[in-house]
Ligand binder design. Sequence first.
Ligand SMILES: [Ca+2]
Ligand SMILES: [Ca+2]
Length: 334
Amino acid sequence: MKHRLQGMIAGFLAAVLILGAVAVAAQETLTITRSDMKLFIDGQPFTPTDSSGNVIQPFVHEGTTYLPLSSVARAMGKSVEWDQATNTGYIGGRPGSTARVTPETKSYTGQFLTSGQVDTYDFSLPYDARVTLSFRHEYVNSRLIFWDIQFVDKNSGKLLEFDSVGDVTERDGPHALYVPQGEYFVRVSSRGSGSPRTERYTVTVSYERNNGAFEYEPNDTTDKATKLNLNTPVIGNLWNSDDTDFYQFTIAAASNIAVEFSHEYINSNLYLWDIQVLQSGGNRLTEKRFTGNVMKDSTVTLQLLPGEYFVRVNTRAVGMLSRNEDYTLTVKTQ
Ligand SMILES: [Ca+2]
Ligand SMILES: [Ca+2]
């Protein structure tokens, strides 16, 4: 038993549990009491486990209950990282990084039994999030399009639409949506002439809470700009030709900054993105355009006095209509 408990403590150490206290205590003999407490996180039963999925029993030492931190953090949607070289644990990302969390998913399954059938599924988004859709169906030996999938905001209308052919059984939506908490629905309709395909389909909505890693739509005007922290990247996209993304940042003391802009490779030398840095009154301080085939570049360095500033991202490239890959934007101090 003694060995097993010591093993548990070592396991906790690896899991970054209250670093200082345990690091010291590990040199000594601890008197601990095993606890068979029941735990709930956000109303859901929770059983602590190690990284291999083995159940770990909590214990009590001098009135304090000890739990495996990585297991608890992950159950609460936080990433956990351990840097052996610096003996440092990071919960929810390193300083300067922006936390990403594991997406939740919701799936809807249906089939078409009558022609002209339209299936709609209400979807309540519980928080501001990055939303992606995927669609699966039973195989049909045909290249024809049989399904049309939409994601619709109940207030503002259709946000995304794609379709699916018979012999491609899995299809992702064309791009991510960065949308606010609210009421949406998924609409699946039958496409093509003749009798509807009766094969079963499943549409899945994945939604990742926006903890500042992403833009917040709608940010098409300066008064709705997404707030940025210096030296902290934000991910967004231009999801249609009308989309403009404004970001606001604050300079507290005179600083040199540049806006770094990166994206996945696109085989195009067209200027797909246009970046402007604006003073709060709207004066343009600099502008730079970014092509598809240069994956990372920066604006010129600007010497800024304390105040509020904006970055504006938009496009005038017709080719951008079908080029809605995510971008990553960072206001970097020099
Ligand atoms: Ca956008
Ligand atoms: Ca926008």
